[in-house]
Design a protein around this ligand. Structure first.
Ligand SMILES: Nc1ncnc2c1ncn2[C@@H]1O[C@H](COP(=O)(O)OP(=O)(O)OP(=O)(O)O)[C@@H](O)[C@H]1O
Ligand SMILES: [Mg+2]
Length: 162
């Protein structure tokens, strides 16, 4: 499914809508070039999840955990940014297994293509979203609704029904 967002606010608004459908254990895997709008999308997600802290592009921190607002009690939101990851060893040190697919954690990963193999191995609920730069204020978001077998999964469709 494809969405064209004509402003940063439109991207945030789409993320906010998606956030209302996300359940624990979900992993959103974001891909796309520098400045494509991944962090902007994460800010919209966080807003939808009633996270008060400001989401920033982690410069040196690769993984940051947030508590989710009242309506999603006891859940955590985990923002991972793999831009700086170079070695497989760095990934191991992150201890992603403590977060990915855990039923009380919602994970969003920027530059997720760097760990595609790791992600496909775990049976977490992964949704790939590809960000494409169209113009200064325009981005295309391609949400992958099909699984490896080419089947549209019910859980993915549910996420995109608003
Ligand atoms: N339609 C749009 N959607 C998202 N961001 C947009 C849009 N139009 C303009 N922008 C701007 O583009 C920039 C996107 O930066 P952002 O940090 O979200 O990208 P990123 O994909 O996370 O990059 P990086 O790979 O460096 O982390 C922001 O300054 C944002 O305001
Ligand atoms: Mg970013």
């Amino acid at each position: 499914m494809e969405f064209v967002c004509k402003s940063a606010d439109a991207t945030k608004a789409l993320a906010k809508k998606i956030s209302s459908k996300i359940t624990g254990g979900q992993v959103l895997a974001l891909t796309g070039q520098l400045g494509a709008g991944k962090t902007t999308f994460v800010q919209g997600l966080a807003k939808g999840l009633k996270i008060k802290e400001k989401i920033q592009s982690p410069t040196f921190v690769l993984l940051k955990e947030y508590s989710i607002g009242k309506n999603h009690r006891r859940m955590k939101f985990c923002h991972i940014d793999l831009y700086r990851i170079e070695k497989i060893q760095d990934i191991e040190e992150l201890g992603l297994e403590d977060f990915l697919g855990k039923k009380d954690v919602i994970c969003v990963i920027e530059w997720a293509e760097k760990i595609k193999n790791v992600l496909e191995k775990i049976s977490a609920k992964i949704i790939w979203i590809e960000f494409e730069y169209i113009g200064e204020n325009e981005r295309k978001l391609k949400v992958k609704t099909k699984n490896e077998k080419g089947k549209t999964t019910r859980q993915n469709l549910k996420l995109l029904t608003f």
